[in-house]
Design a protein around this ligand. Structure first.
Ligand SMILES: C[S@@+](CC[C@H](N)C(=O)[O-])C[C@H]1O[C@@H](n2cnc3c(N)ncnc32)[C@H](O)[C@@H]1O
Length: 620
């Protein structure tokens, strides 16, 4: 479904191609329709691509062509469906929507409905959207279905089978579920087509940038633990599919890429499989340790031999032979029994001569230490378990290690097969807001996911890493491990709120936050000052005309949603990038604290993030 204006652009591209045998440039489209900027022209082309009318390849100016009709399919829009109170089911074919065939499965019949109401907003279905439905009479638990209840009332909800009834669950915490003994299913949602016209067409809104939602980037339910991706947990990891697709779209084989906030190294692993050389930079020492281990393709047979030898050594180590680590609060975070077992394991691993294999098994040990500690699992911050739970806590240290190590060995086996041998990975412990020795104009593509805000109030990378880092001797003095978070972006609040960053979006957010809490506004400002310096360094190392993709969440501070994606676009444009695209994806699998307390009132939970934006910048 395309708008009148989009149709005009489409006709222009078609006529132009027929005449010249190549497509018009963005500049020509801008000129022809008197658009405000080339990015508006780009927006129209994107919309036509999404509607399956045009295809365009990146990096190739004028590489737009009209899509072969055979690749698209017209789906009837049968009427409206309530994502709210059920409404009378209307089935009057009025219009059709055209989508590309590969967007839906070949099996089954499909139809589309317009959505009314807001009961499904947490599933990313908004008032005015169009949902594509595959006709079927059965659905799995948790699927979003078109349900007919009470004779002919249609509603769009998530379906759950309970003991002796059905629950139709809205995806909106303010609404109650509907319970029925009988429900008739008319199909399941397979695609959501966002009604972005009112929100993203710059000519109709006051926003400087546009944000489009692209659900094809969700990768819901896909395996994110392939290769070495699952060897260790890390906060806010990339899902490999996102890193892979960005690398494939914005770089090519043989390129040198860089992840300036590489964390545990997801993008670096993908680069190795995709035949790209890669630099990774991070300021958290545990991240560096993990990224190095993850990107080392180890011969799995050799590794398995060392592992078996390790297990037999482990059995023989006596309590008297071990050395307990010497860090503050060791007894608070670990029970004596766990400390002894961990110390034995560490000793057995340290006896491995091959450094790469030793470090790889140390990664499984690091996870074991976290699981064997008295901390709550599922928290990034260090929170001690309490009361009876703590009393009963008796972790099977060796069992945890064996399970983890064996899964990791399987993962590295897959990676060993697929990692390209001719490419290199260099991992730098450094601050990305400063120079890190990478040559100017030497990088073909930067793919990264920056922190969401200062570590203290968002994702505490340092705190998450502390116990592991202390056990595996990452610091000469293990007590220094608690200082990591204050070194990371936004780690030290600014003294005042005056600054020279050129971003209206940032100033607006800072004003709103400062009215409620000046010191929080200073934390926020410090983060963006650091981020701006990182953008400048990124600009220096990137080759001209090359892409810089940032996966970023728009966080909530004091009930103020900070549009980090737009702020990055504004800051980057001052530095010498153009913002080519901003699109939004759901975060079904990213390990993030979905709830926190932005009000700092205990119990006042707010959703921080279940969507993230991908900002695509290009060096001018
Ligand atoms: C969102 S995480 C990256 C996760 C990564 N994509 C992965 O898949 O594991 C952000 C990272 O930025 C790092 N970081 C924060 N401030 C930094 C700085 N000034 N320089 C370099 N890295 C920094 C944090 O230590 C953290 O590892």
């Amino acid at each position: 479904m395309i708008t009148k204006k989009q149709k005009q652009v489409f006709d222009f591209v078609k006529e132009y191609r027929a005449k010249h045998d190549y497509a018009p440039s963005l500049e020509e489209i801008k000129h022809r329709f008197r658009l405000a900027s080339v990015s508006t022209a780009h927006y129209y082309l994107k919309k036509l691509q999404e509607a399956g009318q045009l295809k365009k390849q990146f990096n190739q100016p004028r590489a737009v062509s009209t899509i072969d009709k055979k690749q698209t399919i017209e789906i009837p829009i049968l009427g409206a469906i309530a994502a709210g109170q059920p409404i009378e089911a209307i089935e009057v074919p009025d219009e059709t929507i055209t989508i590309t065939k590969d967007e839906i499965s070949k099996q089954g019949k499909h139809y589309a409905l317009r959505v009314q109401g807001n009961s499904m907003i947490n599933e990313g279905i908004f008032d005015g959207d169009i949902v594509v439905i595959r006709k079927q009479e059965m659905a799995d638990n948790g699927q979003t279905v078109v349900a007919i209840i009470d004779d002919n009332q249609a509603t769009l909800k998530k379906l759950y089978r309970e003991k002796d009834r059905f629950r139709l669950q809205p995806a909106n915490p303010t609404l109650f579920p509907i319970y029925r003994d009988e429900v008739e299913i008319r199909g399941v949602v397979v695609k959501i087509i966002r009604n972005l016209e009112s929100q993203t067409d710059k000519e109709q809104s006051n926003e400087k940038y546009t944000r489009r939602i692209d659900y094809s980037w969700d990768y819901r339910g896909e395996n994110t633990k392939t290769y070495t991706h699952g060897i260790h947990t890390y906060p806010a990891m990339f899902i490999p599919q996102v890193a892979r697709r960005l690398l494939e779209t914005y770089s090519k084989e043989g390129d040198t890429i860089c992840d300036i906030f590489c964390g545990s190294g997801t993008a670096l692993v993908e680069s190795k499989v995709l035949n790209r050389n890669a630099y990774g930079i991070d300021l958290n020492p545990l991240a560096i340790f993990l990224a190095k281990a993850k990107t080392a393709p180890i011969n799995p047979q050799k590794l398995a031999r060392e592992y078996i030898a390790l297990l037999s050594r482990l059995e023989k180590i006596k309590d008297g032979e071990i050395k307990k680590p010497n860090f503050k609060n060791l007894d608070f975070w670990f029970k004596e029994k766990a400390i002894i077992k961990l110390a034995k394991l560490k000793k057995a691993i340290q006896e491995i001569e091959d450094e790469v294999i030793r470090n790889f098994l140390m990664v499984a040990f690091s996870e074991t230490a976290r699981y064997a500690s008295n901390t709550k699992t599922g928290e990034f911050k260090l929170v001690r378990i309490k009361g009876e739970k703590l009393e009963k806590h008796d972790p099977d240290v060796f069992g945890i290690f064996r399970k983890k190590a064996e899964a990791n060995i399987t993962g590295v086996g897959e990676f060993y097969k697929e990692a390209k041998r001719g490419v290199w990975t260099k991992i730098i412990f450094g601050d990305s807001s400063k120079s890190n020795g990478i040559k100017e104009n030497s990088i073909d593509c930067i793919i990264t996911s920056p922190p969401y805000g200062d570590s203290r109030t968002t994702v505490a990378y340092g705190q998450f890493s502390r116990l592991s880092a202390q056990w595996i001797d990452i610091f000469d003095d293990p007590n220094k491990a608690s200082g990591v978070d204050s070194e990371l972006l936004g780690g030290r609040a600014t003294k005042t709120l005056s600054h020279i960053l050129s971003s209206d979006y940032l100033n607006d957010s800072l004003d709103k936050i400062a009215k409620q809490d000046e010191s929080r506004a200073k934390d926020v400002l410090s983060f963006y000052i650091g981020l701006n310096d990182c953008l400048k360094r990124a600009h220096e190392i990137l080759k001209p005309k090359k892409y810089f993709c940032l996966v970023i969440g728009n966080r909530l501070v004091k009930q103020v949603r900070i549009p980090t994606d737009f702020i990055i676009a504004e800051l980057a444009e001052k530095i010498g990038f153009t913002c080519e695209d901003i699109f939004v994806r759901n975060i079904p699998g990213k390990r993030m604290p979905i709830k926190n307390s932005p009000t700092n009132i205990v119990g006042a939970l707010e959703e921080t993030m279940n969507k993230e934006s991908i900002v695509v910048l290009r060096k001018s």
